[in-house]
Design a protein. Structure first.
Ligand code: FAD
Length: 629
């Protein structure tokens, strides 16, 4: 037993890793099928489920509702929208599978008590074509409660950070992690494992520094565990180059969706010019995607960034103009006008209070009255969030009815290329724009499929005890390193024998920011910068073996950085491999500055081989299943 850590062993049928939206969906579905077949389902989360993951603070809109029963849209409409927004690169089968299941997740949320806004006819209030307005401060609390009730508290392990997959002959047979509160290592042995540990923040240098340090658009606790876990298991990954750079209210990262979609606001540069109009010609350089409606999010970013580069910033959300336009038709009736203005003002503040409280605080602290003056918006640093407008994650099998007979199917929906390892949400790639609701639905799909896998392959394969011991020793190594060497220097933060997690994170972020297209360099990169990044990366990887931690808190930070490192490396490899620029606004290869449909309308996939420690990067075709090339 390493140091003074106790080992807790848990044997189960299905192990769900993560307690976010995907896992909550998986829990509800798996509990249903598990009870039916006498199977045990266990869930483990690094945090506390009611507030864990990206929805922890709440949301003001459900971003995906297709409305199939209402006849509002078709599955094909959604596939077209997603694929176009991703500049032609998305999996039709995965997107369609989520689209046809998502409405039922939304109906469950409503049944469980989530307040969805209703119009005068009792219909949902749409923020945009696919989005529904909610009073969502307690969104995650409600969804987690349903998941907990379904599984039972005794099957849930909170505040346990999963570090490593357990493998046996190429199959995933469980996971190992440690408690972030007690000296305990957890060894989970499972017949199938479902990975849903969210995406990655903190790979790139954040714009927030000093007193704002730690603030980012993406909540800081999503640290690349999904990417690490699936890669370390040897799973094929996809779209690792597709990062997301949101444009948000500046400094507190407040959401812009309600302003653009519900309030119909314009964004302009400092001269009052609408860059979507003044830069319209630039769109012609981006093939058929430039003339698509809606214009892909990255192209909208790109046009705004061109203005910034030319010194025409800051950019502004014209909130006062939007509110005035909406209240205009009440102008002749003073009382009705006043009431409407109050209502709009309330909605504007609630939008932030539901999901980004810090933005409301910043507005209050800086005397912003949205009905009186505009607010600054800006591009953030890059993130990896494949459930939103990014796309990086594991390459998973599609559903049989849509994907059989193609390269996209190998037996069980949502299974990675590693037997018994399933994935959902930010852990799966090439099926973006599923958001909170689509991720919940995808978690349900994955859980049902994993239960089917267990029923058809009902044996518990165990990892070699020596392998488990080696993983346990590796987990506590940062504590041992600190203990062994901290006496060598007078300042424990500075020591030639080790590196502390915070310093390590700064080094990673500086490297990625400066050479791999961070915010500091306007998301630009080229072969020379990527070559330099690869060189520096080797030193960083060497030093990752010397990460030190003085307590459990720092042990968590050390492991979060080890996980981030793999997300970063796979991104570096993918952007180097793709010799074109496909997502300007997210990143720009200045040495390959154009779209190359002929050679690069494809997926970039990659794999790390656990046996040889070698990476391979290769192309995979984009298959058109719905006539939406
Ligand atoms: P998450 O919900 O993030 O859950 C990840 C889980 O994994 C957490 O429980 C976490 O604690 C756990 N975890 C992480 N690492 C480990 C580890 N090593 N060991 C164990 N557990 C671990 N969607 C909408 O529908 N509407 C919106 O308005 C909207 N706005 C958004 C705004 C922001 C700022 C962000 C970041 C996302 C937004 N989304 C929105 C998208 C939505 O939040 C995600 O689609 C959804 O949360 C993805 O679910 P997930 O299960 O993949 O990850």
């Amino acid at each position: 037993m390493p140091m003074n850590f106790e080992t807790v062993e848990v044997t189960t049928d299905l192990l769900i890793i993560g307690g976010g939206m995907g896992s909550c969906g998986a829990a509800v579905e798996a509990a249903y099928w598990g009870k039916k077949h006498g199977l045990k389902v266990t869930l483990v989360d690094k945090a506390s489920m009611p507030r864990s993951g990206a929805v922890g603070m709440g949301l003001s809109a459900i971003n995906l509702y297709v409305g199939l029963a209402e006849g509002n849209n078709t599955v094909q409409d959604y596939v077209r929208y997603v694929k176009t927004d991703m500049m032609g690169v998305a999996r039709d089968d995965l997107v369609a599978n989520i689209a046809r299941h998502v409405d039922s997740s939304v109906h469950m949320f409503e049944k469980w008590g989530l307040p969805l806004w209703k119009d005068e006819n009792g219909g949902y209030v749409h923020e945009g074509k696919w989005q529904l307005m909610i009073s969502g401060e307690s969104y995650k609390v409600i969804v987690a409660e349903a998941a907990k009730n379904a599984l039972g508290e005794e099957n849930i392990y909170e505040r346990v950070f999963i570090t490593e997959p357990l493998l046996k002959d190429g199959k995933c047979v469980g996971a190992v992690g440690f408690s972030v509160r007690e000296n305990k290592i957890y060894v989970f042995k499972a017949k199938a494992t479902l990975c849903a540990m969210g995406g990655t923040v903190g790979v790139f240098k954040p714009k927030s520094t000093g007193e704002g340090a730690g603030r980012s658009w993406y909540p800081p606790f999503s640290t690349g565990s999904s990417a690490y876990f699936t890669m370390k298991a040897g799973a094929e990954m996809t779209c690792q180059e597709v990062r997301f750079v949101p444009i948000r209210f500046k400094d507190a990262y407040g959401p812009v969706g309600a302003w653009f979609l519900l309030f119909k606001s314009r964004a302009t540069n400092a001269l009052g010019e609408n860059y979507m109009e003044t830069r319209a010609d630039e769109l012609k350089n981006w093939g058929k995607y430039g003339s698509a409606k809606p214009i892909p999010a990255n192209l909208r970013n790109h046009l705004g960034l061109l203005d910034i580069k030319e010194g025409k910033g800051p950019l502004y959300m014209r909130t006062e103009e939007a509110i005035a336009n909406l209240a205009k038709k009440y102008e002749d009736d003073a009382k009705a006008f006043k009431k409407k203005m109050k209502e709009l003002e309330n909605e504007a503040w609630e939008d932030f209070l539901d999901m980004t409280i810090a933005q409301a605080l910043l507005w209050a602290a800086t005397n912003v009255e949205p009905e009186v003056r505009s607010s600054e918006i800006a591009a953030t640093e890059p993130y990896f969030i494949s459930s939103h407008s990014g796309s990086s994650g594991a390459w998973v099998s599609g559903p049989e009815d849509l994907s059989a007979g193609t390269d996209y199917f190998w037996g069980y929906a949502q299974m990675t290329t590693v037997p018994a390892l399933f994935a959902a949400g930010d852990a799966t790639g090439a099926c973006p724009h599923k958001f909170s609701s689509g991720t919940h639905a995808e978690g349900r799909i994955a859980a049902k499929s994993a239960i089917k896998y267990i029923l058809e392959n009902n044996t518990l394969t165990e990892a070699d005890p020596a392998v488990i011991e080696a993983v346990k020793a590796e987990i506590v190594k940062p504590l041992e390193i600190f203990e062994a060497h901290s006496g060598f220097s007078t300042d424990p933060e500075v020591n030639p024998n080790y590196i502390m997690p915070k310093q390590f994170m700064y080094r990673l972020q500086k490297l990625m920011d400066e050479y791999v297209g961070g915010a500091n360099v306007f998301f630009n990169m080229n072969e020379a910068s990527l070559t330099r990044a690869a060189e520096l990366f080797e030193f960083l990887k060497e030093d990752s073996q010397k990460l030190a931690a003085r307590d459990l808190y720092e042990l968590l930070r050390a492991w979060e950085n080890k996980h981030r490192l793999w997300q970063a490396e796979s991104h570096l490899r993918a952007v180097t491999f793709r010799e074109e620029t496909r997502w300007p606004g997210y990143y720009f290869r200045t040495d390959k500055p154009t779209l190359d449909e002929e050679n690069w309308h494809c997926f970039v996939n990659m794999k790390w081989d656990p046996n040889t420690n070698e990476w391979s990067v290769f192309k995979k075709p984009v298959i058109d299943m719905f006539g939406v090339e």
